[in-house]
Design a protein around this ligand. Structure first.
Ligand SMILES: NC(=O)c1ccc[n+]([C@@H]2O[C@H](COP(=O)([O-])OP(=O)(O)OC[C@H]3O[C@@H](n4cnc5c(N)ncnc54)[C@H](O)[C@@H]3O)[C@@H](O)[C@H]2O)c1
Length: 364
């Protein structure tokens, strides 16, 4: 068995991200923590627990472990679910020494993380991400949240984990549609920071689609390292972390306009990246050739680069309520060539409309 690679998030509080770790070894790591753990709550989905709890439990034999199963779905990131978790945790006798393990994708990570951030004013958390999106993105950076009827992630906190424990083998069971959500974020990481990594996505498409384990290992490790680097520089999203929102203002507008039906988050981000690239081209930040390269790489992974039957004006309207806007001005992240991105506060509505039009297909 190869040893996991350890990289450190050096934010307000440092914490390690273990890449290529084995679920079976997590118990040994918990034993080594300086503050004794007396009880563990594992929060997961049934499907994920059925697949991976047994392996996780191999190392946790010395602890009292209670399992809390949450139904799958974004709607479970709710105050109602938080309240139920609290009732269950109290029933299990969880106290301030209890450790929460979030075993799952971004939904579990955000929900279990938010629960850990508020239960008895905050208890320890270990993120054990099992989706590509969670391994390269959501488990790293300390953001945790639940949704409110008024919007996604409206109630949240920064609650950095004790550690992120990433077992690449959990990705073997991930359906391709979920892989796509993570790929959209990984390609975005490459586009905003690393042209060489962008070329990796261009040249390794066959291996990635075949799920070649060596190439996947490299892809997840490089992408997670980018997230670690960015949040280490700017944990609270005052500067460089904002670049991670590339494609999300457009994508989120599309997701909400379509009522979260017929477009996944990854697909929304993919189309959003292309719209942002067209806008960047109009501003002279990127060539049409580079826009074409971006479209091409997304298409390689079956990610969409356009959408039909949408009203650009309605989509522009949706962007009015973006959390990132400041003083009524839309703040957009635009690629600058391949491997770089900038924050733009100077995008006029006509330019944004134009970018939307370029990704909306005319119906015959
Ligand atoms: N906190 C952050 O910084 C951050 C960043 C990006 C996204 N997010 C959040 O992440 C969430 C999306 O996360 P996601 O894309 O991981 O979706 P998800 O957590 O809903 O997981 C998708 C599906 O995959 C299943 N699954 C998980 N692991 C599996 C495995 N190994 N094998 C088979 N099936 C598995 C889950 O049960 C679920 O049905 C959103 O709520 C989003 O807001 C948070």
């Amino acid at each position: 068995m190869s040893l996991p690679e350890k990289i450190e998030v050096s934010a307000d509080r440092k914490y390690p991200v273990y890449l290529g770790a084995a679920l079976e070894d997590l118990g040994g790591y918990i034993h080594s923590l300086p503050d004794k753990v007396e009880q563990i709550l594992v929060i997961s989905h049934k499907k994920v627990a059925d697949l991976y709890l047994e392996r996780l439990m191999t190392g946790l034999g010395d602890y009292t472990v209670d399992l809390m199963i949450v139904p799958a779905g974004e709607e479970e990131k709710s105050l109602d679910r938080l309240s139920r978790l609290t009732t269950d945790a109290l029933g299990f006798g969880a106290d301030r020494k209890t450790l929460v393990i979030a075993l799952g994708g971004g939904v579990i990570g955000d929900l279990a993380g938010f629960f850990a951030s508020v239960y008895m004013r905050g208890i320890r958390l270990i993120q054990v991400p099992t989706t590509l999106l969670a391994q390269v993105d959501s488990s790293i950076g300390g953001k945790v949240a639940v949704n409110h009827p008024a919007g996604k992630n409206i109630l949240g906190a920064f609650h950095p984990p004790v550690a992120v424990w990433t077992d690449f083998r959990t990705l073997d069971s991930l359906p391709w549609i979920e892989v796509e959500n993570g790929l959209a974020e990984s390609i975005k990481h490459a586009l905003i920071t690393d042209s060489d990594f962008f070329s990796f996505f261009e040249t390794q498409a066959d291996s990635i689609k075949r799920r070649d384990p060596v190439i996947w290992r490299e892809m997840v490790a490089r992408s997670a390292s980018i997230k670690v680097r960015v949040v280490s520089q700017d944990e609270r999203e005052q500067g460089i972390r904002r670049l991670l929102n590339l494609g999300h203002s457009f994508g989120h507008a599309l997701e909400t306009e379509m009522n979260y039906r017929g477009v996944t988050h990854g697909q929304g981000v993919s189309i959003g990246i292309v719209a942002a690239a067209f806008l960047a081209n109009a501003k002279g930040l990127i060539t049409l050739n580079e826009v074409e390269r971006i479209k091409q790489v997304l298409r390689c992974y079956d990610l969409p680069t356009s959408i039909s039957r949408q009203d650009p004006h309605a989509l522009l309207q949706r962007m009015e309520t973006d959390k990132k806007n400041q003083g009524g001005r839309k703040i957009l992240i635009l690629p600058q060539g391949i491997g770089n991105a900038v924050v733009s506060k100077e995008c006029k509505d006509e330019e944004i409309l134009d970018a939307w039009q370029k990704v909306i297909l005319e119906d015959n």
